[in-house]
Design a protein around this ligand. Structure first.
Ligand code: UDP
Length: 513
């Protein structure tokens, strides 16, 4: 029988790539064929996961397209470091280089893809995929790994011009038009905290316009969230944009075994002193239930030296066992690296420092973990919710401030460390350092915290149960995944049409988009 063929075009950084690949695998488990467009560097990060999915019979493949580094004025292999982290100064040219694979991707999909593609699912950072989908005459969906609250905040802040007349970047304004929830009647953000999708960032004006245009023209959004987590905001977002939305998360729940969780996101730890998944599990096995604090700030954030030291001392004095992902030594200055090595020796047995990449979703799923000190990247926030652990919210940039508000104010599963401004990218102040006492107090509050702490943990566990239910047969995300596969089957060949003013599908999915 003819089947849906989704072509995923993820942004190649881990926070976008990993959930996109998880989503592709989920669609493949429901019978779709999926092609994931990758560069050689990003292919390396997901190949073990994809090969494991292929061995289990899923029709999922990677299609690799090399970047023309020189042509885009980029250093050769700028995206091939162990961390896979393209330095901010190269990002505009990196986006340019990626957009230039378009013709090769189109040729590949026309000539070699079988069955023919029926839908492009593209990260919002790839506005060029508008043209790709139009040339292939298939619909295009926009992929987000952020919450509906964040998307709605962005939409309403722009629509109601909420920052007009607001002078300072640190002046809070209430986000207009948000539906009230049982726990929050209003959310306030400063300009610096607002999710901007590249808006207002000097030098990115055209790109921000392209992103908005491609988003508005797309045939719907696929979001790594789940309905029961934020029903009011999902409904509010759908109503505000008048678009079709499929909530499909938590997509990390594709992984049901230790083996696939351990592979997720990284091929190997070549970093000296790195621990592997088995070692992490053995270490956690020796700890009491819910006694360990897991600390990680995702794939992009690097802490300043002073901050590393304050965090380390705060964790040490909290008295709780901890696992801290400190990334590669080359991401620390000499002082911080030597502090970390000393700390590692001092807290041996009570604190585990993970050098390099950590099997995060695997660690969080272990019963010994009780709280997660996180930068509130949306994947991490979802993974905390899925695991049912309390959160210490420590946002650094972009959507992380709104995600933190989601965890602390809406879901009430976390406590904040009090950081109100970006410390990387659109940074406002020169130095923001969270002191050791604040770290210690926040960790104690998340792990102990008396009645309030117990209530937070209860809510986190309840949310975890809802997350699992959403992905089971009969659950909301499960139903949306099934719906996607059904809708984008090549059942109806229709004449070229126009939607949102653009020519669309000849090979159109069956339902009314
Ligand atoms: N991640 C991981 N190990 C690490 C660092 C990150 O598995 O050492 C995963 C994490 O589980 C999440 C993703 O990488 O799925 C990071 O995405 P997030 O949105 O949390 O943050 P970002 O890295 O985009 O800032």
């Amino acid at each position: 029988m003819a089947t849906a063929h989704f072509v995923f075009v993820p942004l190649m950084s881990q926070g976008h790539l990993i959930p996109a690949v998880d989503t592709a695998m989920l669609l493949a488990t429901h019978g779709a064929v999926c092609t994931v467009i990758v560069t050689p560097a990003s292919a390396a990060r997901v190949r073990p996961t994809v090969e494991s999915a292929q061995r289990s019979g899923l029709r999922l493949r990677l299609a690799e397209f090399p970047l023309d580094y020189a042509g885009a004025g980029l250093p050769e292999g700028v995206d091939s470091t162990d961390d896979g982290h393209v330095p901010p100064q190269f990002m505009p040219r990196y986006f340019l280089a990626v957009s230039r694979i378009r013709d090769a991707v189109e040729r590949h999909l026309r000539d070699a893809a079988s069955p023919p593609p029926t839908c492009v699912v593209a990260d919002f950072c790839h506005p060029w995929t508008s043209g790709l989908a139009a040339a292939l005459a298939v619909p295009r969906l926009t992929f987000f790994s952020t919450c509906a609250l964040c998307l709605l905040c962005h939409h309403n802040l722009e629509k109601f011009r909420a920052f007009d007349g607001v002078v300072g970047d640190d002046e809070p304004v209430p986000v207009p038009g948000l539906p009230p929830t049982s726990t929050s009647s209003t959310i306030t953000v400063t300009r610096a905290q607002a999710p901007r999708f590249f808006r207002g960032v000097p030098g990115w004006e055209k790109f921000a316009d392209d992103v908005e245009r491609a988003w508005a023209e797309s045939d719907g959004d696929v979001i790594n969230t789940f309905l029961e987590m934020e029903p009011e905001f999902v409904a509010g977002y759908v109503a505000a944009r008048g678009t079709k939305v499929w909530t499909v998360g938590p997509v990390a729940l594709y992984h049901r075994t230790t083996a696939t969780l351990a592979l997720r996101g990284h091929t190997h730890n070549s970093v000296a002193g790195a621990v592997d998944a088995d070692e992490c599990l053995r270490w956690l096995d020796g700890k009491d239930p819910s006694s360990v604090v897991y600390v990680s700030f995702g794939s992009i954030v690097d802490l300043e030296e002073k901050q590393t030291i304050e965090l380390g001392l705060g964790l040490e004095s909290s008295g709780h066992p901890f696992v801290w992902v400190v990334k590669s030594p080359n991401r620390h200055g000499e002082t911080a690296a030597s502090f970390l090595r000393d700390l590692e020796a001092r807290v041996a047995g009570r604190g585990l420092l993970v050098w390099g990449w950590a099997p995060q979703a695997l660690i969080l799923s272990h019963g010994a973990v009780g709280a997660f000190v996180t930068h509130c990247g949306w994947n991490s926030t979802m993974e905390a919710a899925t695991a049912g652990v309390a959160v210490v919210a420590w946002p650094h940039f972009a959507d992380q401030f709104v995600n933190a508000k989601m965890a602390v104010e809406v879901l009430r599963i976390g406590v904040g460390v009090g950081v109100e401004e970006p410390v990387v990218y659109q940074r406002v102040k020169k130095e923001i350092v969270v002191g050791r006492e604040t770290v210690e107090a926040a960790v104690r509050s998340a792990m102990d915290g008396g009645e309030e702490g117990e209530a937070r943990r209860r809510r986190a566990r309840a949310l975890s149960a809802k997350a699992t239910a959403a992905m089971r047969e009969g659950g909301s995300s499960h139903a949306n995944l099934v719906d996607l596969v059904k809708r984008f089957q090549p059942r109806h060949v229709v004449e070229s049409g126009a939607r949102n003013g653009k020519a669309t599908s000849q090979l159109h999915p069956s339902a009314d988009l």
